[in-house]
Write a protein of this length. Structure first.
Length: 202
């Protein structure tokens, strides 16, 4: 899961949990609130399975389920400055986005064996939720390139005829989603002199 903020509030993220922090000067009592209808109605939160720190200046959101997506949060406080007033003061609201990281569908390992000079029309690798792909480490055989797309990427090109000895090319592809979450997967392509150019297409 990943958690993000709007431009008015601060949110810290880590795997499966996140924090909203708020600050209201001279506050004596804190109460975090949630809105599930775009800020039209607000209700006080209680500590439980998904929340802790509801009466502190930092709210922790724990393992947010998918239906928490687009919930809004704000901090309500009674301040010493307004001790003679019955009114509350509120922080600006923050929007929670809950999303899954990319999930690879293509198995790690070999994407095929090809000979020098072989033309590769399409090797497809896929990862759900991904919006882009990039070679993170290692390298493709000379002459091949990774073409990024949404949900899948293709490897195309012509294997360089300048490769004159059997070579195993190892590389890692990183899939990234719209919220900058990533997932890496390691692949290989074998270039063998005299190979009959077979491959794994997923």
């Amino acid at each position: 899961m990943n958690y993000f903020q709007d431009t008015n509030s601060e949110l810290y993220a880590e795997p499966d949990s996140g924090w909203f922090s708020g600050f209201i000067p001279n506050s004596a009592v804190h109460q975090w609130q949630v809105s599930v209808d775009g800020g039209n109605n607000w209700q006080d939160l209680s500590d439980g399975a998904n929340y802790s720190g509801v009466n502190n200046d930092t709210l922790r959101i724990i393992s947010a389920p998918a239906d928490f997506d687009q919930y809004e949060y704000r901090l309500k406080a009674y301040t010493n400055t307004y001790a003679c007033s019955s009114g509350d003061v509120y922080s600006k609201s923050a929007l929670l986005t809950v999303s899954d990281a990319p999930a690879w569908q293509t198995a790690a390992g070999s994407l095929g064996e090809f000979g020098p000079g072989a033309t590769i029309s399409t090797i497809t690798i896929t990862a759900t939720n991904a919006t882009s792909f990039a070679v993170q480490s290692g390298s493709l055989p000379t002459g091949l390139s990774l073409n990024t797309g949404s949900g899948s990427a293709t490897i195309t090109g012509t294997v360089s005829s300048g490769i004159t000895s059997d070579t195993l090319f190892s590389f890692t592809v990183r899939a990234t989603d719209a919220e900058a979450q990533t997932a890496d997967r390691a692949f290989t392509i074998q270039v063998t002199v005299g190979a009959n150019n077979s491959g794994q297409f997923n």
